[in-house]
Write a protein of this length. Structure first.
Length: 497
């Protein structure tokens, strides 16, 4: 069985007979396809020390050198996209074309980072005072930690690693222990692209490895993506140690369908965004709020489409793959059960699924729960499965109030033909990423990705200008070059003249 170790000093470490290990599962069969070693604090310390040594060199690499490495990595990633997509589908279960699409979205960030020469330009002002100039530059932080979730094994690491590397940092990446292969393969490609040994380290592990990374004195910052309870804990632990931290959490994204919306367009969007990747996307639509008389027509159109989706092995061209683990599948089922018991109507019920795949896979079919109420656990909790909750509202204002009362604020979308209604939604909705007739408004690379409220702890979002700012610290230099000794003693506080 394939055994994944750690990636340190530009190579996979030899198997460690004393290391703790866990099985890596194929969710479409329920069987183990490999094992991954789980780093303890000592292993993390060795990895960080190697990264810190590498950083001393990499921080001085010219922008031209860094750019060449990024371009090479970009080309290698493109060349190996299908192969990496295969690794993602084997461990995560998502449909192959979806796995390719996440790599393509990650490539967008690599391409942004290829322009690091422009992104890192500083500022300079002449004569801010007589004979005095000021400049500001952006320098790397040092060793930066990146911790990623199971649902985007390639894209989430690619939100951070290329920009951090381009800014002159060394990265220690801790991928999800459920999907380690894509990160290990991308580490090989970085090395092939010419990145010096140690400038990217991959540490496989679980909570112990994450905590050791946060606590390590030589780790300057933490970029985390995962569930809200862990994001909150990671933020608190890192902040108390004085680290720079961005911790992106879970979500409950609402799609509001106003009475004038094109019902077919809204139903297509809701079904694609709720059931793509079996609902295991942080930008999945998990709640549709149908306003007024559009409700019944919308639910009917959604149900018709949901029933047509094929559930099965992601390698066989199905629409939805399995859920990540048996426990997660059972949790999704119990939330659906609780919703039905509390009075929601299962218009489409994914508990009775007939998958195109191994009977031991972690299957759950598309589920549409109508007449969901905010007090139900199916509404309040992040289900992270192929379950669309439909809530009925009487007015657009009621729908907006509902969205804004959610503790999460990742994405929100409105479907309407009315420009002023859309503008009002856009201005007042409390979410970091908003779609107007767009169900999954993931920002393109030059903009930054991140939510509000319990969907992001910290003040920096991922990639774009905020990503560059996160991975650099600014230095302001005030200088003068007097032609003679013309200053004299002056003990007063300096003022411009
Ligand atoms: P998770 O929180 O269980 O794990 C995320 C990472 O944290 C993994 O690397 C894991 O090993 C580590 N981890 C788990 N428990 C830990 C603990 N107690 N202490 C320290 N580290 C710990 O999340 P997941 O199940 O892998 O991913 C799904 C979640 O991620 C969903 O809630 C989803 O909404 C969220 N997510 C958010 C975004 C976003 O951009 N906001 C993007 C993708 C996923």
């Amino acid at each position: 069985m394939n055994r994944l170790t750690q990636w340190v000093d530009g190579a996979a470490t030899a198997p460690d007979p004393d290391a703790a290990v866990r099985d890596v599962l194929d969710p479409a069969t329920g069987g183990a396809i490999g094992q991954v070693e789980l780093a303890d604090a000592q292993t993390v310390d060795r990895a960080v020390t190697s990264a810190h040594d590498a950083w001393r060199q990499w921080r001085t690499a010219s922008l031209a050198t860094r750019t060449r490495v990024l371009f090479s990595f970009r080309n290698l990633l493109l060349e190996h996209r299908d192969e990496i997509a295969g690794l993602i589908t084997a461990e995560n279960g998502k449909e192959l074309s979806d796995a390719k699409a996440e790599i393509t979205r990650g490539l967008d960030v690599v391409e942004l980072a290829c322009g690091i020469g422009s992104l890192l330009k500083g500022e300079r002002s002449l004569s801010v005072s007589t004979g005095v100039d000021v400049s500001s530059v952006h320098q790397p932080l040092g060793v930066v930690g990146v911790i990623s979730p199971f649902n985007f094994p390639a894209m989430v690491p690619l939100w951070f690693v290329p920009i951090a590397i381009a800014c002159g940092n060394a990265v220690v990446l801790k991928p999800s222990e459920k999907v380690p292969a894509a990160s290990m393969r991308m580490a090989e490609l970085w090395q092939q692209a010419g990145l010096p040994d140690g400038a990217l380290t991959v540490v496989n592990g679980e909570q112990e490895a994450v905590e050791a990374l946060i606590d390590h004195d030589d780790v300057a910052s933490i970029s985390f993506v995962g569930s809200t309870p862990v994001a909150r804990a990671v933020y608190a632990r890192a902040a108390v140690r004085g680290k720079r931290v961005q911790a992106l959490g879970g979500a409950k994204n609402h799609l509001v369908v106003l009475p004038d919306a094109d019902v077919d367009l809204a139903a297509d969007a809701a079904v694609s965004a709720a059931f793509g990747a079996a609902g295991q996307r942080c930008m999945a639509i998990s709640v549709a709020v149908a306003v007024g008389e559009v409700g019944d027509r919308f639910v009917e159109a959604v149900a018709q489409r949901a029933r047509s989706l094929r559930v099965g092995d992601g390698r066989r061209g199905n629409d939805l793959g399995p859920l990540i683990t048996r426990e997660h599948r059972d949790r999704v089922a119990s939330l659906v059960e609780a919703g039905v018991a509390a009075g929601a109507r299962a218009v489409v019920d994914g508990r009775e699924v007939n998958p195109d795949g191994d009977p031991d896979g972690f299957w759950f079919g598309p589920t549409v729960l109508d007449h969901v109420e905010p007090a139900m656990s199916a509404y309040a909790e992040e289900i992270f499965g192929p379950v669309l909750c439909v809530v009925r509202a009487e007015t657009a204002q009621q729908a907006l109030d509902l969205v804004n009362a959610s503790p999460y604020g990742n994405g929100a979308a409105v479907f309407t033909r009315d420009g002023s209604a859309a503008a009002a939604f856009e201005r007042t909705v409390e979410a970091g990423m908003v779609g107007v007739n767009v169900p999954i408004p993931v920002p393109v690379a030059p903009y930054s990705f991140g939510g509000w409220k319990d969907s992001l702890f910290g003040d920096s979002r991922a990639y774009g200008a905020e990503g560059v700012r996160f991975f650099t610290r600014s230095k302001v230099v005030t200088s003068r070059w007097p032609t003679s000794h013309d200053a004299g003693l002056e003990l007063g506080f300096p003022q411009a003249d």
